[in-house]
Ligand binder design. Structure first.
Ligand SMILES: Nc1nc2c(c(=O)[nH]1)N[C@H]1C(S)=C(S)[C@@H](COP(=O)(O)O)O[C@H]1N2
Ligand SMILES: [Mo]
Length: 318
């Protein structure tokens, strides 16, 4: 994220183009004429139809979660993503389409009564899905608001039955150099790893996301399952999770491993604590020309400030 940062005005052309038009144009450009273009579009359609949980969407919205701003139109958020496994630009969607999200197994291990693996569809059907409108604040100072669908992380914790020694939860993304080209690079500590304390994971805001915009998650959003912890910078919200480990020690995270002076474990949003190389005071609202003030804990202080009592000496906002 510190690499090739896009400025607000450098909006790629396709962001200003309705999705359908963009797809059509890409199909045309895909050229070698009709054939390649048609199979590209068919591939996408087949992929969407193959999701065995489509019947669960849209899920009922939980009205307890309200926004102070408009939901970001899908055409912006779906084509402006951070997913380093597939590239360091914001245009990772085409590359991420290659990820196969079925079959998909999640391994639950570490300090739990009994480690196990569970297929994503079994997991999703065990949970009752709900929709929540959440804000998302990237450490790069852009933000969006999206209707995630999923279930509280606390439900996963309950399913995993951690033992009393478990103090943290470590989450990891898949590792597959064949499909995720950037994972061939030794510059990064793959696989992408993130972590929460048990108290954070059990906070009602911590949400495991399986869908967005009333549909199963599209790949670029982190299909088939990703985290959303909206009071923290976006990089905490790990995508395409394959392993959840309950551990005694604070896990070393991906961005910490890369640049610990700039990216820490807590990463709570705070406009008063600048990134070493830029201010965090304001944010650019994706899909608009607006810059608005950033709020402490991204506006979720009432729900989470309590978690950090007595930890004032820690780098809570990095
Ligand atoms: N596995 C993985 N998870 C990730 C990232 C990533 O590069 N790889 N980027 C993070 C960052 S920096 C942000 S801002 C969000 C972006 O989520 P979005 O693309 O759905 O907006 O995903 C986070 N989760
Ligand atoms: Mo981010």
């Amino acid at each position: 994220m510190h690499i090739r940062r896009k400025r607000g005005w450098e909006i790629p052309e396709h962001l200003a183009t309705p999705e359908a038009v963009f797809l059509d144009r890409r199909a045309l450009l895909g050229g070698a004429a009709g054939l390649a273009a048609v199979s590209l579009l068919d591939g996408r359609a087949a992929h969407a139809a193959a999701d065995p949980t489509t019947d669960l969407y849209p899920a009922k919205r939980n009205e307890a979660f309200v926004l102070d701003r408009e939901v970001t139109p899908e055409r912006y958020s779906a084509d402006y993503n951070n997913f380093y496994e597939f590239g360091t630009s914001k245009t990772v969607r085409p590359a991420s389409d290659a990820l196969k999200t079925r079959p998909w197994t999640i391994k639950i291990d570490g300090l739990v009564e009994k480690p196990f693996e569970i297929g994503i569809d079994d997991l999703i059907r065990k949970m009752s899905l709900e929709e929540r409108l959440y804000r998302h604040r990237c450490v790069e100072a852009w933000s969006m608001s999206v209707p995630w669908t999923g279930f509280p992380m606390s439900k996963l914790v309950a399913l995993a039955k951690p033992t009393s020694g478990a103090k943290y939860i470590q989450m990891q993304t898949f590792l597959d150099k064949a499909v995720a080209k950037e994972q061939r690079s030794f510059l990064y500590p793959w696989p992408y790893t993130e972590g929460l304390t048990m108290a954070e994971a059990n906070n009602d805001l911590a949400f495991l996301v399986t869908g967005v915009y009333g549909k199963p998650l599209a790949n670029q959003f982190g299909a088939p399952i990703r985290l959303a912890v909206p009071w923290k910078y976006g990089f905490k919200s790990v995508k395409s999770i394959t392993k959840i480990s309950f551990v005694a020690e604070r896990p070393k995270t991906f961005w910490e491993g890369l640049q610990s002076a700039e990216y820490g474990f807590w990463a709570n949003v705070n406009p008063a604590v600048a990134h070493p190389r830029w201010s965090q005071a304001t944010e650019r609202v994706l899909g608009t020309d607006n810059r608005v003030p950033t709020l402490i804990y991204n506006g979720y202080g009432e729900q989470v400030a309590e978690l950090y009592k007595g930890l004032e000496k820690e780098r809570l906002f990095v």
